[in-house]
Each structure stands twice: as C-alpha cells, then as structure tokens.
Design a binder for this molecule. Sequence first.
Ligand code: MN
Length: 314
Amino acid sequence: MKETNYKLLIKKIKKYKNIIILKHIRPDWDAQGSSMGLAYLIQENFPGKTIVVPGDRLDDNKDFLKSKISNDFIKSALVITVDTATKSRLDFDKYDIAVETFKIDHHVNIDPYAKNEIVKETAMACTEVITLWADAMKLKWNANAASNLYKGLVTDSGRFLFPNTSFKTFNAAKILLENGANLKAVHDSLFVSDLKRKQYANFAFSKLQLSKKGVGHITITKEDQKPWKYSYEEIKSALGTMSGIDEIKIWVLVIELDEEIKVSIRSRDFEIDKVANKYDGGGHKLASGCKLNTLSDISKLVKDLDAVITKGNK
Ligand SMILES: [Mn+2]
C-alpha cells in the first residue's frame, strides 16, 4: 500500500466541493459504517462540502441522503467507494460517468476500478482502513464518525472472535474508543435482538442438516422466507446460528432468491475458498460465498466440503 495515497485522498477531498460516497449492494455494517463514518469525518474536518451517501441503509439514519443526484453533480464530484471489491457490486448505477474516483477497501483487489485507491487486503474491515488513515492524517474526530466506524470493525471481526483478528484490529478499536465511539450504544443497536429474531434463529436452526464428516447446512427457501418478511441481511443471520459448535466443522447457509441461489460458507479451520471457486464464488480461506443453479446441487456441494474435511486441508 502506497502511504502517499493517504495524503492524496486528503488532497482530493480538499479539492472537491461535492463528494459522493458509495458502498456495495445489500450493505452490511462494514459498508454502511465505512460510508457514514467517512462522511462524518469529512463533514467535521472539511466544512462546506456537500456530501451524499446514496443507496440502501440498514437503519433509519437519513443523514447525507439526497433524493435526486444529477449527472452534473456526479461529474463535478469526488466519488469515493468503500468496502466494494468489484464495480458491479456498487449500489449506484451511474458510477461510469464519475470523473474523479477513489476506492477504499480491504478485499482482494481483483478489480481496481477507480482512478486512485487505498486498499489494504490484510485489514479486518474497511472501517479499519479508514480509521488508520484518519489517525495518520491527524483528523479531528466526532462520536458519530467513531461509532459508525466501530460498527464495521466489530461486525466484520465477528465481535473480535474471527481467527484473523490481530493487534491491528484492536489498535483500530483503541483509536475509535479514544475518540468517542459509544461502545454500549453500538453494541445495543447491533446485538440486542427482538423476540421475532430469536424465533427466526430457532426456526432456521431447526432446519439444520449435518453430514457425518461435520458439514452443517441450512436451506432457507423462498417459501420459508414468506412469513418473516425479512430483508436479505436478516435472512442471512441464520448463518451465525451454526457457528461455535464443535461438531459443525464447516457450515453452509443456502438462501433461495428470485434471481439466484446464494450460498455462504464458513469454517473455523478448513480452507473452503477453493470449493467456493468451483461454484462461481470465492472470498477468504475461512469465509466464502458462491452460487448454485438448483437447490438439488446442495448435496454435491456438501460432498465437496466433506472431502475438504477428509483431506484435512487446514
Ligand atoms: Mn468489509
């Protein structure tokens, strides 16, 4: 990573009055926390900017929303993307008319689509990248910026339990807590569940099927989803019900959507990304996603994951 791009980002922010911050479709808290945290940081340190954060939100925060974004506005703006590895995943259909673009990310950089970038593939969360940048550039903090960035850090690290959690993750957390992140408010907003959520988790877990080798899978069909009226992210929360269980070595959540069948695969020890590659997907060694053509392909996928355990690919 070229540290010079740290300063370049500051230079670009200073230069442009209009700033658009883009995140990926179906945002998670790293995407939203990165975009909102960065927006609050820019607002605090560079007054007078018009900052817009378009796309879906996970909560009812209406800050930095704009009902209509004209082509002229886009062309005149600095367009920063966060937490989005590939251009096709951006939650914005007019990225191509942007002139000045800047990518901030922590995914494997398979699609360097922006003019400039700060990409740290070893960072736990995109919010970690932004936090370390803001700290190095000695920006002024406020509680909104720190709390939003902390949300991405605590969720992308699985509450600091994922095996790649490191001293760097805690260093970013330290910076955010020193600068006003409200730990209790953030944790309450993210982790205090309502009764319906618990009931959904119970329902999902009751569908668990476990292979002899230790591959657990839950399939949530379109029919299953109807009574809950949940968003994709909420449906996906069923994935977590299978983690932290000794007998489940690899766990798989299959979600049937209108246009595709999405699969999430997780493991504590076994490398599952190669299997994900085989099914039109990929990601990290212990956390990957892929797609299936039909629900009946699940048994093939489970067999392939069984083989990973048999071979002992740790
Ligand atoms: Mn992320």
